[in-house]
Design a protein around this ligand. Structure first.
Ligand code: E4P
Length: 215
């Protein structure tokens, strides 16, 4: 399972990278705005800073919603750095663009996916990654994990190469449950990765070992 961090915060990205388990980064316009990154030039520079920190894929989302504009914006993002994956929304024009990018060898992440049907379409169009939003489904009392399981079954049935990128991860148990189901990738905040480290018996066990070592 690949671990991506879902943030545009450079300190969090560095911290996850230093742990040695980071495989990539996902961003979105809201995450960029949260860091105060505004204006095309600043946004492009920020993607480059992220690419300098991590070795893996960095998803950069297009703002355009019509085919020609998505293609223009996506090509510019893809040319920026080889690690960039063009993140495209799950809309009609987005699917057309994903098919176009796939034919051109440009890697894509189909975002804002909330149903198995949408995931099937993204795979048919040749998306590199599909991003079902687990946490946002849970927020509306719908079983996000069930969606990941359905997509896993569909992709396995037909051997689609599109990778399931479990997105909108909110906590550590989401990460563990996605791993059980067989999501290829998870993207979540630093806290969801840090949480994997923690167990009270580890802390109390270590304390005892250290005390005994001194005695
Ligand atoms: C996916 O790539 C999105 O950036 C993200 O996971 C959305 O998460 P949220 O629902 O916590 O905003």
């Amino acid at each position: 399972m690949k671990f991506f961090i879902d943030t545009a915060n450079l300190d969090d990205i560095r911290e996850a990278q230093e742990l040695g388990v980071l495989d990539g980064v996902t961003t979105n316009p809201s995450l960029m705005a949260k860091e105060g990154i505004r204006g095309k030039d600043n946004i492009l520079k920020h993607y480059l800073k992220i690419c300098e920190i991590v070795e893996g894929d960095v998803s950069a989302e297009v703002i355009a919603t019509d085919f020609d504009e998505i293609v223009k914006e996506g090509e510019e993002l893809a040319e920026l750095h080889p690690q960039i994956v063009v993140k495209v929304p799950m809309i009609r024009e987005g699917i057309k663009a994903i098919k176009y990018f796939s034919d051109q060898g440009i890697r894509t992440n189909c975002t804002l996916v909330f149903s198995a049907g949408q995931a099937l379409l993204a795979a048919k169009a040749g998306a590199t990654y599909v991003s079902p939003f687990l946490g946002r489904l849970d927020d509306i009392s719908t079983d996000g994990l069930q969606l990941i399981a359905e997509i896993r079954q569909i992709y396995d049935n037909y051997e689609f190469e599109t990778q399931i990128l479990a997105a909108s991860i909110r906590h550590t148990m989401h990460v563990v449950n996605c791993a059980k189901i067989g999501a290829d990738v998870m993207t979540g905040p630093l806290s969801s990765i840090d949480g994997l480290l923690k167990h009270p018996l580890t802390d109390s066990g270590l304390e005892k070992f250290l005390q005994d070592a001194k005695s």
